[in-house]
Design a protein around this ligand. Structure first.
Ligand SMILES: [Zn+2]
Length: 216
């Protein structure tokens, strides 16, 4: 139950004892069919179609190759009781309060917990650090505009954008969406990837404004 690319590193180094896997339990908005554009439908080792128990987002979820068992690993750290509304999850009986309400950040922060633990960093220190950690810089940055709570999120690919819309859809408050498309050099002139974004079925969105960002 993890990100396939990371698993491939481990499977490519079967004799390396320093390979550790982490995993995240099914969260409330996981689905039994792929909801967004995803990759990795076939086993990279035997080309058999991979079977999913559930999808967290895109192609991230619990899966297994029915032929060679790719996807079955000994899990070093498992995040449980994923509560994005209250921004917390558990690992080894310890509750980690976080500043994010996105499932992909649970994966990111669990990777931090796993690495920190391998370096024998005390769980209390990790817990304290995660409780105050924010990225800002346009990554789920929370600001107020005319006293209106606003979240800014930068996306550079379909999966990134689709998980941003997931955050929006999992929030039951009424909201407006401003979608700004940028085709400048740093992010690439080819914006055809936006065709893979799920714009249908937006929850509680009263107005959508679109714009194009141009650097002068
Ligand atoms: Zn296989």
């Amino acid at each position: 139950m993890m990100i396939q690319m990371f698993q491939d590193f481990g499977h490519a180094n079967p004799k390396n004892n320093n390979v550790y896997y982490f995993s995240v339990e099914k969260y409330d908005y996981a689905t039994t069919s792929m909801k967004e554009a995803g990759e990795g439908k076939f086993c990279p080792f035997c080309n058999t179609r991979i079977e999913y128990e559930f999808y967290q987002y895109s192609h991230i979820g619990k899966f297994k190759c029915p032929n060679c068992n790719y996807g079955e690993n000994k899990i070093y750290k498992l995040a449980t009781n994923i509560d994005l509304k209250n921004r917390k999850f558990d690992v080894d009986g310890i509750t980690y309060n976080i500043k994010f309400n996105s499932i992909y950040n649970v994966y990111n922060l669990l990777a931090v917990i796993a690495c920190s633990s391998l370096y024998n960093i005390d769980a209390d220190i990790i817990k304290q650090s995660l409780s105050t950690f924010v990225l800002n810089n346009g990554r789920l940055e929370e600001i107020e505009i005319n006293n209106i709570p606003t979240i800014i999120n930068l996306a550079k690919n379909p999966t990134g954008c689709n998980v941003s819309l997931r955050i929006l859809n999992e929030d039951n408050e009424q909201k407006e969406l401003l979608f700004v498309l940028n085709d400048n050099v740093a992010d690439g002139h080819d914006v055809s990837w936006i065709w893979d974004i799920n714009f249908d079925n937006l929850n509680n969105v009263s107005r959508i404004v679109t714009s194009r960002y141009t650097c002068l």
